[in-house]
Design a protein around this ligand. Structure first.
Ligand SMILES: [Zn+2]
Ligand SMILES: [Zn+2]
Length: 148
């Protein structure tokens, strides 16, 4: 499992390979860090149940899409299409298909609605579905907090 969160002070990325203990996760960039509830946990079947940073139990799933790689592929495709301009359209179509396949093959990650921590390499329960703006807004604008 890999947890990817960030320092609220300086927005430096913080990477963990397991649920944190209760307390401050030290930030390597500034002297502060991110507070963790330390209540992270899994369901009996090994899927993600509770966020170890904030104790939240609501997650959404999304593709682990690396934007840089995607842009690089698009750039490469466009470059090739310009060089081999007789196949311009064909190359662009092939690249679009390749992009689509890559996207489809990408693993899924779980994102905590409350603290936006990302969970990689841990199965997601079926109740975790795609991003829901309504749930997101409840946390963001209606001050909903995880139930402990
Ligand atoms: Zn920091
Ligand atoms: Zn969380």
């Amino acid at each position: 499992m890999e947890i990817n969160t960030y320092c609220p002070e300086c927005e430096n990325g913080i990477f963990l390979d397991r649920f944190p203990e209760k307390g401050l996760i030290h930030c390597h960039q500034c002297s502060k860090g991110r507070w963790a509830t330390g209540t992270g946990g899994l369901n009996p079947d090994g899927s993600l149940y509770k966020c170890g940073i904030c104790g939240g139990t609501e997650f959404y799933r999304r593709k682990d899409f690396n934007t840089k790689l995607g842009l690089w592929i698009i750039g490469l495709g466009f470059g090739l299409a310009l060089i081999f301009h007789t196949w311009f359209l064909k190359i662009l179509i092939a690249m679009a298909i390749l992009d689509f396949i890559l996207y489809w093959l990408l693993p899924e990650i779980g994102v905590c609605y409350y603290c936006e921590s990302i969970y990689r390499g841990v199965p997601l329960p079926s109740k975790v579905v795609g991003f829901d703006l309504k749930i997101h807004d409840e946390y963001k604008f209606k001050n909903k907090t995880p139930v402990e």
